[in-house]
Design a binder for this molecule. Structure first.
Ligand SMILES: [Zn+2]
Length: 260
């Protein structure tokens, strides 16, 4: 049943040079409840932060087409390298986003993309809190630009560089990164922070030396871990210091003449 419908869709595309006929056939197949795995309205996925509304939401795929090496609405995956453009809609804010996924050549039709990037809306690079050292923030922002462009290995290597810069800022001497991170623990830094730095280190290691591919989620998680670590190392201490100063100022004000 399914192959029949699919075959007819392909024939329609070849014989009738009007895209609408192809769409109509696909739509008819969907309305009839035919489980065509290449149909357009077939996927729903969770997203941590929608690029439009920033909320944790779900996305529904509304349209997709192969855009490279040739543009076509025939959705059967190619064996050659190809790029797929997809339009997803956020179920909360109802706004759309365009994603391009790229696939390398493969022996199986069904395979994972090697990169996925959001084409629109244009994402601003992520940044660190104001209290973080400027040199660390600079590397972090550049990593985020690479991440937004789908250059995941570059992003992982730059996030690792941000961690190294942060250790330098904390006065930890040069050396093997793993050992430097361990010195954080020796200095009483929270075990969660140390663990997250090790994760950023390992991700950067894999990206540079082993050519391992990882998912956008893995890179995004490490970016988030660095934010948590800088919160612990810079933001919370700065707030504590602020409150301590405020308390001291109040005490001075309350007892102006006796404190000498
Ligand atoms: Zn949204």
């Amino acid at each position: 049943m399914v192959p029949t419908v699919h075959l007819r869709a392909s024939v329609a595309l070849e014989v009738i040079p009007f895209g609408l006929a192809f769409y109509d056939l696909l739509m008819a197949a969907e309305i009839m409840g035919v489980p065509d795995r290449y149909r357009r309205y077939d996927a729903e996925e969770p997203i941590d932060a929608c690029p439009n509304c920033g909320q944790s939401s779900r996305l529904r795929r509304h349209d997709r087409r192969v855009v490279w090496p040739k543009i076509t609405h025939n959705l059967a995956p190619l064996f050659d390298p190809y790029a797929m453009e997809e339009v997803w809609e956020c179920l909360l804010c109802k706004k759309s986003m365009i994603i391009v996924r790229t696939f390398e050549a493969g022996e199986n039709q069904e395979r994972e993309p090697v990169a996925a990037s959001i084409l629109y809306p244009v994402l601003p690079p992520k940044t660190l809190q104001d209290e973080a050292p400027a040199a660390v923030t600079s590397l972090y922002r550049e990593a985020s630009v690479a991440e937004n462009a789908g250059a995941l290995r570059g992003a992982a290597a730059l996030y690792r560089a941000a961690v190294e810069q942060l250790l330098t800022d904390l006065g930890i001497p040069d050396g093997k990164l793993g050992r430097r991170i361990e010195q954080l623990a020796d200095r009483g830094v929270d075990v969660d922070v140390v663990t997250s730095f090790h994760e950023a280190r390992l991700l950067g290691n894999w990206s540079l030396h082993d050519g391992v591919e990882f998912s956008p989620e893995e890179v995004s998680d490490v970016a988030e871990l660095i934010v948590e670590a800088t919160e612990e190392l810079y933001v919370i201490p700065a707030k504590r210091e602020e409150m301590r100063a405020a308390r001291a100022a109040r005490r001075t004000k309350d007892t102006p003449s006796t404190s000498g």
